[in-house]
Design a protein around this ligand. Structure first.
Ligand code: ADP
Length: 629
């Protein structure tokens, strides 16, 4: 018989398994049992679709049999089985996405610590075996096949005989070494605890042959006599976590379930359990990860919940169950009202599914709100990871989801120096404050240093500092909150001006119109206007923008790669008419117009710096400064 070689990819993974120094080798059992469970799922599904009533879920089981004499551990299932072609394609290459992920992650490094994070599949048997034999017969076929491999040197497939459909995986354990004792995998105690630990929720009975002893009555003898016998014991509890009642399941169990199922190393930040009995009944077990997953804010990230119908998985990632703005939520949904063999196309238009999805959305919102109100610290941590997602949610679909999301967002408030909801901000507004003030900048500190925030702060009012590019779009979409309009600190009219002051400034502006226009012209298109401002107190200048496009938006558009539209803000240089700098300008205007222009240039550069914008010609700025000194 000709030996066949593994495909290159598989060979690599196989090598890693054989040479593994991984400390959790025990997970091999979980992997093999999961495969058995999948095989049974497949059989039930296939038989049902074919209308074959001879296959019953209740007869399905997985057996784990230890043979100490031959040092073998056999895992048998009466699942779908494999034919020759299946063996070739399933066990000759890495089929599983988990395995592929694992390979990518592990790269060429030999850090085996990551094995536990991924399903590593069938090959993990080679962490404990020097030879694996698979005897299998496929549903619908008569011929059984035997696949054998000692690892590195390839595998063989030959016909064999087997009663009944299904698969036996025979693991020939390695010899015990100085540090490793593989024979422990033949002990009932070890096997039982491993099955409990990793495979408790497998829906089919996992049966162990357990050796027990019993007293036998020997007539005419006082000596008690014992005999050993074996008994079958179903080790796993089978009922999936989400089917068990709330007080039966500990948070610890939920955490373990989450980490194993969703390949996360950390416990979830929050767990949501939903149990609805009504026109449509379903159970859901949802998790919010404790940190932003790798690549979360990219197109590659895929959202979705696992969908089950009465404990049988019908879809691994059902995207329609979770809205974009909550795409960070992971979990499973199980409904007995969904038909098992519903097709993907039908599912998309399924009314029951839509109802479930909208319930889930409401429930997540509710839970987040509760968290925000009762466990603020936890909420703020959540906000750090996924706040940006909620902001995107407000902006997307032309604001269709804003009402669901607007009470979940947080902004840094200047007076309280902490994160606040819009409601908290509005509730703290004194009666005479008409607007919700906000300032946008790259960081909170930069926003706090903006000259145009001074007057508002002097009033003792709070300003919301916004540091994400999407923030101004959020404000645009929201427009107002509880009847209070948003107002940028850049706004010409902040609504706090003393009427006298305002008139004064207007008058001064009128008087100096010629000079201001001269300054604008000498700035050569950099600004659309030079104006006097009553907003400034101790600072000489600030930069604001007229029209729809703000300075922050301009920054944002300039970061978009490619040759998109060149969107520019209409910059306005605002001068403080009570500042020394303004008097210097007026003097220069009388004595030396060139100097006046250079002063204007210097002030413009300073305004750029304060606004966090790049100075176009730093060398020229230094030159100007020395000239003025
Ligand atoms: P995965 O289970 O993630 O697909 P594995 O490497 O564990 O990856 O298994 C490869 C394939 O071998 C499986 O997808 C399945 O088709 C087949 N297989 C493994 N074990 C069994 C089994 N007990 N019964 C039927 N098919 C199996």
């Amino acid at each position: 018989m000709r030996k066949k070689q593994f495909k290159a990819e598989s060979q690599k993974l196989l090598d890693m398994m054989i040479n593994s120094i991984y400390t959790h080798k025990e997970i091999f059992l979980r992997e093999i049992i999961s495969n058995s469970s999948d095989a049974i799922d497949k059989l039930c599904y296939t038989a049902m679709a074919a209308g074959d009533a001879s296959v019953s879920r209740t007869d399905c089981r997985i057996r784990v049999l230890a043979d100490k004499e031959n040092r073998t551990l056999t895992v048998s299932d009466n699942g779908i089985g494999m034919d020759e072609a299946d063996l070739e394609s399933n066990l000759g290459v890495i089929a599983r996405s988990g395995s592929l992920n694992f390979k990518k992650e592990a790269g060429e490094a030999d850090d085996m610590d990551i094995i536990g994070q991924f399903g590593v599949g069938f090959y993990s048997a080679f962490m404990v075996a020097d030879k694996v034999t698979v005897i299998t017969r496929k549903y619908g076929g008569d011929q059984a096949w035997m696949w054998t491999s000692s690892g590195a040197d390839g595998y063989t497939i030959e016909p064999t005989a087997k009663d009944g459909v299904g698969t036996d995986i025979i693991i020939h354990l390695k010899e015990d070494g100085e540090e490793e004792t593989y024979s422990e995998y033949l002990e009932t105690y070890t096997l039982r605890s491993l099955i409990k630990k990793y495979s408790d929720y497998i829906r089919y009975p996992i049966i162990l042959n357990v050796e027990k002893s019993r007293k036998v009555d020997v007539p005419d003898s006082d000596e008690p006599k014992y005999e050993t016998y074996t008994e079958e014991e179903t080790v796993n509890s089978m009922v999936p976590l989400w089917q068990r009642s709330k007080d039966e399941v500990t948070q610890e169990e939920l955490n373990e379930f989450y980490k194993e199922k969703f390949y996360d190393m950390k416990d979830p930040a929050h767990t949501i359990r939903i149990d609805v009995d009504g026109a449509i009944s379903y159970k859901a077990l949802l998790f919010i990860p404790s940190a932003t997953p790798m690549g979360y804010y990219t197109k590659e990230y895929q959202k979705g919940l696992e969908l089950y119908s009465s404990g049988v998985m019908i879809m691994e990632r059902c995207e329609d169950l979770i809205p974009e703005h909550f795409r960070f939520v992971k979990g499973i949904v199980d409904s007995r009202d969904l038909s098992l063999n519903i097709s993907r196309e039908l599912l998309q238009h399924n009314r029951q599914l839509k109802t479930i999805a909208s319930n889930i959305e409401k429930k997540i919102r509710q839970e987040l709100k509760k968290l925000q109100e009762n466990e603020r610290e936890k909420y703020e941590k959540f906000w750090e990871s996924f706040g940006l997602q909620l902001k995107y949610g407000i902006v997307s679909d032309y604001g269709a989801h804003r009402d669901i999301l607007k009470d979940l967002i947080l902004y840094h408030s200047s007076r309280e120096n902490k994160l606040q909801t819009l409601k908290e901000y509005v509730d703290m507004m004194p009666e005479e404050q008409k607007y919700i003030y906000f300032a946008t900048a790259e960081t909170v500190t930069m926003a706090d240093n903006l000259p145009q925030t001074e007057q508002i702060k002097d009033k003792g009012w709070s300003i919301l500092y916004m540091t994400d590019e999407v923030d101004e779009f959020v404000i645009n979409i929201l427009g107002e909150y509880e009847g209070k309009q948003f107002k940028s600190v850049n706004d010409k009219d902040l609504g706090i001006e003393d009427e006298e002051d305002k008139k004064d400034t207007e008058l001064k502006e009128e008087e100096n119109k010629v000079m201001l226009d001269y300054l604008r012209d000498s700035l050569d298109g950099k600004v659309t206007a030079v104006r006097l401002s009553h907003k400034l107190k101790s600072h000489p200048v600030c930069l604001t923008a007229d029209g729809e496009v703000s300075l922050e938006m301009e920054k944002y558009f300039s970061t978009i790669p490619g040759d998109g539209p060149d969107i520019k803000a209409q910059r306005v240089l605002e001068l403080n008419p009570t500042h020394k700098a303004f008097y210097m300008l007026m003097d220069a205007w009388q004595l030396d117009k060139d100097r006046c222009a250079r002063l204007g240039e210097l002030l413009y550069d300073q305004a750029l710096l304060i606004a966090g914008l790049p100075v176009e010609n730093p060398a020229r700025l230094t030159e100007l400064m020395w000239e003025m000194i």
